[in-house]
Write a protein that binds this ligand. Structure first.
Ligand SMILES: Cc1ncc(C[n+]2csc(CCOP(=O)(O)OP(=O)(O)O)c2C)c(N)n1
Ligand SMILES: [Mg+2]
Length: 349
């Protein structure tokens, strides 16, 4: 494990126990299905990268429980989701079709977020209320706070959630956004996916305190650290934070302790800075088998149902892969669409 991380064992609370909170079995099964789908897609994209068909992948493997739980704790269609590059499972849980996601990974024409001009799932998808304007870490935090200010001024009862990593939490943008949101009691949930690494830099070289949530006090908002491999813990924390935000009580900082199961991106080699023992522990905290075991224990999942869920996910991913491979690349026509241009049209090339 990286140095300086909160002791995961101390994060266990009654709220972390399945059944102690508002999570019912059908919702947990829906979360599991989404987790299997996201994982299956994630693994396929990784393979496609190795085949030279996808330029870059930043995997969500190990983060999925936290990501999916937040979507269930919010109101898709009303609330806004400011995601970052590792949030594939958020995008999946919000219902973006795999074929469209695959167009992004393969940089093919018709990709809905940015027309394949940006990284996969970067840009915006208004239909799903997803905004991810930039790969520059931390920048979406003040932007999300601005959206929360707009929501408050319009009295919409809308909540904005902004996702970011532990590394992004150390940017100036993060400080400015959190400070402003707390002062003005804005309806925003700051959701830090703490995997204890910013590429190869461990948490102890990013922050001098033991956890990111400790910062919340300095801004004047609640902050809590939860086990992000446990859907129940992440769900409850997000649901409470959203209820507070909707009621006009301002922002909350949630720090979900997650695992980055793969290298930072498909261009990284984490064997240079993570030990085998550490990766064994990461495997032990894989959220997929954890949720699977929880569902089996309460009699909601059995071998047949699990096989059906996995087969359906594979079929969906197969179809998306074929669709993506058959799709054309964008042409230069429309090159200047959706970009700012001087008065009088597009700039001359
Ligand atoms: C402002 C800025 N600095 C550096 C980078 C290069 N960079 C890309 S991802 C990353 C690590 C971010 O780590 P973290 O926020 O913990 O997210 P994680 O990838 O671990 O989920 C860095 C430094 C960047 N994109 N933006
Ligand atoms: Mg990180």
């Amino acid at each position: 494990m990286g140095d300086g991380n909160p002791d995961i064992a101390t994060l266990k609370s009654p709220a972390n126990k399945v059944g102690a909170i508002r999570l019912d079995a059908p919702r947990m099964l829906a979360m599991y299905t989404q987790m299997v789908r996201s994982r299956t897609l994630d693994e396929r994209v990784w393979l496609l990268n190795r085949q030279g068909k996808v330029a870059l992948m930043s995997s969500a493997q190990g983060h999925e429980a936290a990501q999916i739980a937040t979507v269930h704790a919010l109101r898709p269609g009303q609330d806004w989701f400011y995601t970052y590059y590792r949030d594939l499972a958020v995008v999946v849980a919000l219902g973006v079709p795999f074929k469209e996601i695959m167009l992004g990974y393969m940089a093919k024409a018709g990709e809905p977020f940015s027309g394949a001009r940006q990284f996969p799932c970067h840009g915006a998808y208004p239909k799903y209320h997803i905004v991810n304007p930039s790969n520059v870490v931390g920048t979406r935090i003040p932007q999300a706070v601005g959206a929360a200010l707009a929501a408050k001024m319009r009295r919409e009862g809308t909540v904005v959630i902004v996702y970011f990593g532990d590394g992004a939490a150390s940017t100036g943008d993060c400080h400015e956004g959190m400070n402003f949101a707390a002062i003005h009691k804005l309806p925003v949930v700051f959701f830090c996916e703490n995997n204890r690494y910013a590429i190869s830099v461990p948490l102890s070289k990013q922050i001098a305190v033991s956890n990111v949530a400790a910062r919340a006090e300095g801004y004047g908002m609640p902050g809590l650290t939860v086990d992000g491999t446990d859907v129940a813990a992440a769900y409850e924390a997000t649901a409470e934070a959203a209820a507070k935000a909707r009621a006009g009580h301002g922002p909350t900082l949630i720090e979900a302790m997650v695992e980055r199961a793969l290298p930072h991106t498909s261009d990284d080699d984490d064997r240079k800075y993570r030990s085998r023992e550490e990766m064994e522990e990461v495997k032990r905290r894989d959220p997929l088998p954890i949720l699977k075991r929880q569902l089996e224990a309460i009699g909601v999942l059995n071998v047949e149902l699990d096989a059906r869920i996995c087969e359906a996910a594979k079929r969906e991913v197969d179809e998306a892969t074929e669709f993506g491979e058959a799709a054309p690349y964008p042409t230069t026509e429309g090159f200047y669409d959706h970009v700012y241009a001087p008065q009088g049209g597009a700039p001359s090339p």
